[in-house]
Write a protein that binds this ligand. Structure first.
Ligand SMILES: Nc1nc2c(c(=O)[nH]1)N[C@H]1C(S)=C(S)[C@@H](COP(=O)(O)OP(=O)(O)OC[C@H]3O[C@@H](n4cnc5c(=O)[nH]c(N)nc54)[C@H](O)[C@@H]3O)O[C@H]1N2
Ligand SMILES: Nc1nc2c(c(=O)[nH]1)N[C@H]1C(S)=C(S)[C@@H](COP(=O)(O)OP(=O)(O)OC[C@H]3O[C@@H](n4cnc5c(=O)[nH]c(N)nc54)[C@H](O)[C@@H]3O)O[C@H]1N2
Ligand code: SF4
Ligand SMILES: [Mo]
Length: 815
């Protein structure tokens, strides 16, 4: 134990503490091996002598979906600049302002330099420095005790999306499974993922065409999506498409930066998207605009659904013996009454109700359109607050195509958002807007490297006995009830890595309450951010450039991170930390691989072998194009989708929840589109849908948008970026502001029964009346008072457990 520092002023105090600890900034930096020396040596202006300079390959790995390749310039053992790597395809040679600001994270004076243990109240910022040995011994001995006393699942592991590198993201999961510990699923973006997987099938890339293909679209709908801010790396492709003649349509309650570039802006009422989509499906059907050939060939439309149990009529229902391992194929029928598998019946019908060998059946397409029937344009117009003419124009542009629905995450953030992604895919499927150049429905984010090359079996050690899974919005209730769906659950310790839940989960105060109920919260991070600040022990991890990594997702390349500089201070890689913990737990045999051995092993599998991909090759070439180059990767272009039926699915035969934690859900409801109001954010009565009475007290819908300067909470303290955007703000419509006596630049208190936050008000006519928008990612120390995550709600849909960030009501007053 080295020292204890009482901290009253958070920023000043933290610096004081850090000054007293370990190595001084920069002293420990030694050039990493393997990077290319610069052709010409430059003169370091400070020293006046030739500098030792090299350029390393790297990759930006936070969750902005970018995965941009970087050239990291290292001079005299220190990173001095980051620029876009010279990838062969020039279209992907881009980085944003965050990509240029990495060195302010590496050399952040507030970087955690050594392991620390909490000595004051949680969140007080009072720490003592401890050695790695002390930290590891304490964690491992407590975990052994808890597991012995309260069961293996009394220890839980929680990841987030802080680093998409193969090792950093996955390695701790091996220890979790070896210990039989609980997984806390972090529940971000799950509505989108569920439909992407079950309705559309994750293809060789993901559920969309490669972004470069968007230039072939004639109609692009940015649906609840603000790529000008949230995917700057994609924005130029969208602008290229517009220049090539595509119409850009933005569907968003608010006039965003992306909307300011659109040909058509549709300011939809929050939480009503699925009603609009159902009206579009209904209109397409009623007006004969559906693409019959595509429905027959590529969708479940012709499959016959049994009235008796809602399942597809299959060969076995008709008495056919199904050989072991053979597929019990769905049955279709043609206009002449012949029935058989889709191989046997060449021209199936996709509409109608029939009786086949005494079994009453209906085509899946008919069930889809029946479910949307009550959504006339007039009814949707009233609910969504969009004119019928506008919806008509939207449908016309979309059907003409080729059309791309660029799925954003606005609708995902409501409890009723689950079906939006499903119905978007249904609309694309029945109009044939998938599987062609310019026609896709998804988010252009590739998973190719992860799916094809990173061997999943490696993630689980051979002696593993994985424990139960719980979902983050339910965790506090599970801990209080000491059960998960009837199964005993006595949680005592949480290990958190690549994750900042107190900044990013809903209902932050509930997380602080949860932490207070636990015996040991361990966080691995680079700095004492929102979550680390409330932990019991914090372990310092390396910055992304201080270790090798493989980035297997988000760009069309498999990318290498070279070790550009040595780890600063006492920081360690997540792999080394887990290996130390595993050894202390007695699992050394399964955790003897070094980081490099682990990375090499993740590429030793059939998929990688077939395509000639190895760790040595990646080290040699630095980036490998895995999307097949030209022509651009087209999702579903082969007509085969990776769904259970190999077709686009707009009828869930066997609805499966996104994460199965033993929950019950309404199976019938989960099969087809439906609309119901959001859980909380429904402040008005429209048609038969009555306003949430809570709106009398809290009339404003609280939404958060992506922060141009941050990737979630990362880069949040980089001075260059703070100079451009320096304090938490909230956008308010002029009428809402005036009614509350709020002027531009005032500080305002936003509040509800869950908590409060103080923001600077920005009066903005682009903000939909009744809706406020706060860019996210600010941490507690940057608020005058409170935190935006105090305002959000833990309500979720058990079928797709998710954090529903926008489904919240608040009131605002002058602070
Ligand atoms: N700079 C930056 N970029 C990021 C991130 C970051 O933290 N910083 N995070 C990344 C991550 S993890 C994600 S998930 C993506 C998110 O990517 P986006 O979804 O593009 O980002 P958001 O800013 O959340 O935009 C959602 C939009 O939905 C709108 N919206 C709100 N309610 C509704 C509604 O009911 N219907 C419709 N149609 N729209 C609605 C909001 O006004 C907002 O403009 O961004 C990624 N990119
Ligand atoms: N109100 C509101 N909240 C939201 C959203 C919203 O729209 N509104 N969006 C949500 C969405 S879609 C998402 S995806 C989440 C993202 O939530 P998180 O995944 O929690 O995102 P980050 O803030 O990037 O936090 C990751 C943490 O990992 C740390 N880290 C980075 N690299 C490493 C590493 O190599 N090792 C270790 N051990 N740690 C590392 C970072 O310093 C950071 O503290 O946020 C969600 N939160
Ligand atoms: S933050 Fe995202 S867009 Fe910016 S450089 Fe990094 S990966 Fe690219
Ligand atoms: Mo996300």
């Amino acid at each position: 134990m080295d020292e204890t520092t009482r901290i009253s002023d958070r920023n000043f105090g933290r610096r004081t503490f850090l000054r007293g600890s370990a190595a001084a900034l920069g002293l420990a930096v030694v050039a990493g091996a393997g990077c290319a020396p610069k052709d010409e040596l430059e003169t370091s202006p400070e020293a006046g002598k030739p500098a030792d300079e090299k350029v390393c390959s790297g990759v930006c790995r936070g969750n902005c979906f970018g995965g941009c390749a970087l050239d990291i310039k290292v001079r005299d053992g220190k990173v001095v600049a980051t620029t876009a790597a010279k990838l062969p395809d020039e279209q992907y040679r881009r980085i944003c302002q965050r990509g240029h600001s990495h060195l302010q994270r590496i050399y952040d004076p507030d970087r955690l330099k050594a392991p620390v243990r909490r000595v004051g109240e949680r969140g007080s910022g009072e720490w003592e420095q401890i050695t790695w040995e002390e930290a590891i011994d304490e964690i491992a001995s407590k975990w052994k005790q808890y597991q012995e006393e309260s069961g293996k699942e009394s220890v839980a592991f929680m990841a987030g999306s802080g680093n998409f590198g193969v090792a950093a993201a996955n390695y701790a999961g091996r220890l979790r499974d070896r210990m039989g510990a609980t997984t806390v699923q972090f529940c971000y973006d799950n509505c989108y993922f569920h439909a992407g997987i079950h309705a559309e099938g994750v293809g060789d890339g993901f559920n969309s065409n490669e972004i470069a293909d968007i230039v072939n679209a004639k109609c692009i709908i940015l649906w609840g999506s603000n790529p000008a801010v949230a995917q700057p790396q994609n924005w130029h492709f969208i602008m290229d498409a517009q220049r090539a003649g595509a119409k850009i349509i933005v569907i968003d309650p608010n006039f965003t930066v992306s909307a300011s570039h659109a040909d058509m802006f549709i300011p939809i009422r929050p939480g009503t998207d699925n009603a609009l989509l159902m009206a579009m499906v209904n209109y397409v059907h009623e007006n004969g605009l559906a693409d019959a050939d595509y429905i027959k060939k590529a969708t479940v439309g012709p499959f016959l659904v049994k009235e008796s149990d809602g399942k597809f009529l299959r060969q076995s229902d008709l008495g056919v013996e199904i050989a072991k391992d053979a597929v019990d194929a769905p049955i279709v029928c043609d206009a002449n009454g012949n029935h058989g598998t889709s191989e046997e019946v060449s021209d199936p019908v996709f509409e109608g109700t029939f009786e086949i060998e005494g079994i009453k059946v209906t085509c899946a397409y008919t069930l889809l359109v029946e479910s949307c029937k009550k959504w006339s344009l007039a009814r949707a117009a009233e609910l969504c607050d969009i004119s019928e003419e506008t919806i008509g124009e939207l449908i016309k542009l979309y059907v003409e195509g080729p059309s791309t629905i660029y799925q954003g995450f606005g609708p995902d953030h409501y409890v009723n958002g689950e079906r939006v992604y499903f119905t978007q895919i249904a609309l694309a499927a029945i109009t044939g807007n998938i599987g062609k150049p310019g026609a896709t429905c998804g988010y252009e984010w590739t998973y190719a490297g992860l799916l094809k090359y990173v061997k999943p079996a490696l993630l689980t050690p051979k002696d593993a006995t994985p424990g139960m899974t719980v979902v983050s919005p339910n965790l506090l209730d599970n801990v209080k009830a000491k059960e998960v769906e009837g199964k005993p659950f006595d949680l005592r310790s949480l290990y958190i890595w690549v994750s900042n839940p107190l900044g990013n989960q809903t209902d932050r105060n509930s997380w602080i309450e949860l932490f207070n109920m636990l015996d040991l919260v361990v966080v691995v991070d680079m700095r004492l951010g929102d979550t680390a600040n409330y932990a019991d022990i914090v372990l310092p991890c390396v910055h992304w450039f201080e270790a090798e990594e493989i980035m297997p997702q988000t760009s069309p390349y498999l990318l290498l991170q070279e070790k550009a500089v040595d780890p600063l201070y006492e920081s360690k890689t997540d792999v080394d930390i887990v290996n130390m913990l595993a050894k202390a737990m007695g699992f050394e045999d399964d955790f003897s691989m070094s980081l490099e051995e682990y990375l090499a092993a993740t590429l030793e599998n059939d998929g990688a072998k077939t395509d000639g991909i190895t760790w040595d090759r990646l080290k040699d070439e630095k980036y490998i194009d895995i999307m097949g180059g030209d022509p651009y990767y087209i999702h579903g272009g082969t007509g085969v989708f990776r769904t259970a039926t190999t077709r686009l699915n707009f009828y869930y035969e066997k609805p499966a929840p996104y994460i199965n934690y033993g929950q019950s859900f309404d199976v019938e409801k989960a099969r087809l589109p439906y609309w119901e109001p959001p859980a909380e954010a429904w402040p008005q009565t429209v048609a038969e849908f009555e306003a949430n009475p809570l709106a009398e007290k809290y009339p404003l819908i609280f939404t958060t948008e992506r922060n141009r300067m941050k990737c979630h909470t990362q880069w949040g303290h980089a001075p260059w970026l703070l100079e451009l955007y320096s304090e938490p703000t909230i956008r308010i419509n002029p009428n809402d502001a005036q009614a509350r006596g709020i002027s531009d630049g005032d500080h305002v208190r936003a509040f509800n029964d869950r908590g409060e936050a103080v923001f600077m008000a920005e009066i903005h006519a682009g903000c939909r009346p009744g809706v406020v928008v706060a860019p996210k990612g600010w941490e507690e120390d940057q608020f005058i008072k409170g935190h935006y995550s105090n305002l959000t709600s833990r309500a979720f849909n058990p079928f797709t457990p998710n954090n529903c960030f926008f489904d919240a009501l608040i009131e605002i007053e002058k602070a």
